[in-house]
Ligand binder design. Sequence first.
Ligand code: G6P
Ligand code: MN
Length: 446
Amino acid sequence: MRLTILGGGGFRVPLVYRALLNDRGSGRVTHVTLHDLDESRIAAIGRVLAELADGVADAPEVTITTDLDEALKGADFVFSAIRVGGLQGRAVDERVAIEEGVIGQETVGAGGIAYGLRTLPFALELAKRIAAVAPEAWVINFTNPAGMVTEAMSRHLGERVIGICDSPVGLGRRVAMALGVDPAAVRMDYAGLNHLGWLRGVHVDGRDLMPRLLADEQALTSFEEGKLFGADWLRTIGCVPNEYLHYYYFNREAVAASRAAGLTRGALLIEQQRRFYGHEGGSAVAAWEDARLERESTYMAENRQAAGVGERESCDLESGGYEQVALALMRAIALDERTTLILNVRGRGTLAPLDDDAVVEVPCSVDAGGARPLAVGPLTGHAAGLVTTVKAVERSVIEAATGGSRAAALRALATHPLVDSVAVAGRLLERYEAELPQLGYLRGKA
Ligand code: G6P
Ligand code: MN
């Protein structure tokens, strides 16, 4: 089986490759093609993979290329993990937003919109190219903002593109452990959009353990989301939100913490990764592992600081989310081994009040036929309102990217619930256009 990774020089590629090395089952990936436009990044990642494969029998063969069509031809699976504009672009997305007094994050609010505006034209071209060159391939989208990017790509790839995120799995695992139950035995009633979802029920043997969790102060405050949101708030809304909802529920505190931090997340990662990609001599795996651990331990540090909670739990520093979801998804499709995973797919009307084509993040049944969203209860109350509004924002971004409409880009920014004024949205757009050359298309400059 052949896997192609677009954005093959990306920092998290070794996670995927390491998971492939540990997969000893039949029908596993035998060939990995890394595609990237940046030869030095791909070479650095190639060195890590070679070191990981050293001494492992039947390690998947790795090919490196900068030619897209060559990378796509014959692929069974394509992982799309690109970063248009690199981390430099991310740092701009985040800094400009913070300077305008709104949240600066790569997937949420103004930063997510800027990242989407930069990424979508490229992602749409990529989707067209995949549909032409590898029409049989399954595309697993890792690229953030994952929900928006997956929905845009689905216009050319239909249900062959599936978006993934590890945050719902991480949440499910933490909640199961807080309850003292086996994560594998739990059916999670989770629904929403990517980075905008809620765990509403935790079903084990037909019983919902959510009421038990909410009633148990100690269990409820023993894991990341419980600490971030606090037991009182979780009881008030009767569910456990995805950690990214912290930017919404505690917006003022999160903005203040990012302003106080000085460096944006993107700028911090540029520094961390400079050390890894520029590393010479010694073990490439050790240098990568150092940078990975540093990245994990500083993840959402500002939110934790705003909430007054300490360091991340050591089990949350281990990887095993992101790449495991991708591998499980790929195996379920390739080997027709039916499983349930929380994925970003077209909702096909299963998640009221959203329409059929809206990409949503819900539990899906996966087998050789792909991923089908399972029936879930509707979103209600404020969650329904928030998701409907943010989906409309996403669609404005897609409209801007497909039609080059500056008005749609402005509408996206101005109607986002975390951008508090049309005037602020106007300034944000002007500043993003000034700092991000990839947004030239909004003014008719290709
Ligand atoms: C989580 C999110 C991903 C994000 C990753 C890394 O896993 O679900 O969407 O890419 O964290 O975040 P970072 O801030 O380290 O780039
Ligand atoms: Mn994610």
